[in-house]
Design a protein around this ligand. Structure first.
Ligand code: SF4
Length: 308
């Protein structure tokens, strides 16, 4: 073994996805057998060299693949990992028997996005009518399955977009009622400048900067600070002290399908700092801001100098 424990990813990027999320687009199923073979070759290689803590099954979207429980079972056999996490839109977990089968096969953690507190907001991001209703059925099944136990763990994530930024207070309130969820995380969508369709959905960062202190103060007042982490939202954007930070860490080998080797992330997930960051009081501990937003003029980090 070369390293201490690492996390890696099994990426089912050829499965296809019913959602048409504004930051992601249209994915139809293609060459699934080739995809599975490639990923098993990858994780076998990574697991030979490393002690693996967790394998995350992601892609677009893993739960739309009927044979997913068999894949999860084979991953645990190959890697002997501590756990298998599934990153998914969650909609197919509305089928209780499929959910049970997945958990029995070794899936012990789910990461599921929620973009709004109601049909209108959530479905305006997924561009898939009915996605909120199906997700709520899946949440009901997860609540019953967990029934107070720790397994399967559940992380509910969200992204701030133009489409939901005026409804964040309602989203926080909604989250605070989901008592069976173990953790929440909210962050920003990666922006790929090649994806011109995403431009109208980029948040209004000027407004967000003004709104976030009050929104986070509200989230704290309803106890959400116990479970909610902020990802990729530096102090110069949030202007509010927040205990839980959940910045993205690329999984070992997770992006080999893009031709990216090792722990690097695609450009839309990378961060940069500007020369101004040198005079910011958070410079030492801050990883910077998402690079493509800065380089394309959507947000300019402003050094924090005064007392918070
Ligand atoms: S170091 Fe740069 S990106 Fe980080 S909070 Fe300060 S100004 Fe913002």
């Amino acid at each position: 073994m070369e390293n201490s424990k690492v996390n890696t990813a099994f990426v089912l990027d050829n499965v296809g996805c019913e959602n048409r999320c504004v930051f992601c687009g249209n994915h139809t199923r293609k060459n699934i057998d080739e995809n599975i073979e490639r990923e098993f070759e990858k994780i076998t290689r990574i697991c030979r060299k490393n002690d693996v803590a967790q394998v995350e099954v992601s892609g677009n979207d893993p739960v739309e693949y009927e044979e997913l429980p068999k894949i999860v079972e084979k991953i645990t056999d190959i890697c002997g990992c501590d756990g298998v996490a599934i990153s998914t839109h969650g909609m197919d977990l509305e089928d209780e028997s499929f959910l049970n089968e997945l958990v029995e096969s070794g899936a012990d953690y789910f990461r599921i996005p929620l973009y709004g507190h109601n049909v209108e907001v959530h479905d305006s991001v997924t561009l898939n009518e009915g996605s909120f209703v199906r997700l709520m059925k899946a949440f009901k099944n997860l609540r019953e399955l967990k029934n107070g136990s720790e397994v399967p763990g559940l992380l509910v994530t969200s992204l701030i977009l133009k489409d939901n930024q005026d409804h964040l207070e309602q989203l926080f309130h909604f989250m605070s009622k989901l008592d069976f969820v173990d953790e929440f995380r909210i962050g920003l969508a990666g922006y790929d400048p090649e994806n011109k369709d995403f431009v109208p959905h980029i948040p209004d960062f000027g407004k967000l900067e003004k709104d976030l202190p009050e929104l986070l103060s509200y989230a704290e007042s309803i106890g959400l600070d116990e479970k909610l982490s902020l990802a990729d939202i530096p102090m110069c954007l949030r202007n509010y002290k927040w205990g839980k930070i959940g910045d993205f860490i690329p999984p070992e080998g997770g992006y080999e399908h893009f031709g990216i080797i090792g722990k690097d992330a695609p450009i839309y997930m990378q961060k940069i700092k500007t020369s101004d960051c040198r005079s910011c009081k958070h410079n030492k501990n801050c990883p910077g801001f998402l690079r493509t937003y800065v380089e394309n003029g959507y947000f300019t980090p402003k050094p924090v100098k005064d007392e918070e």
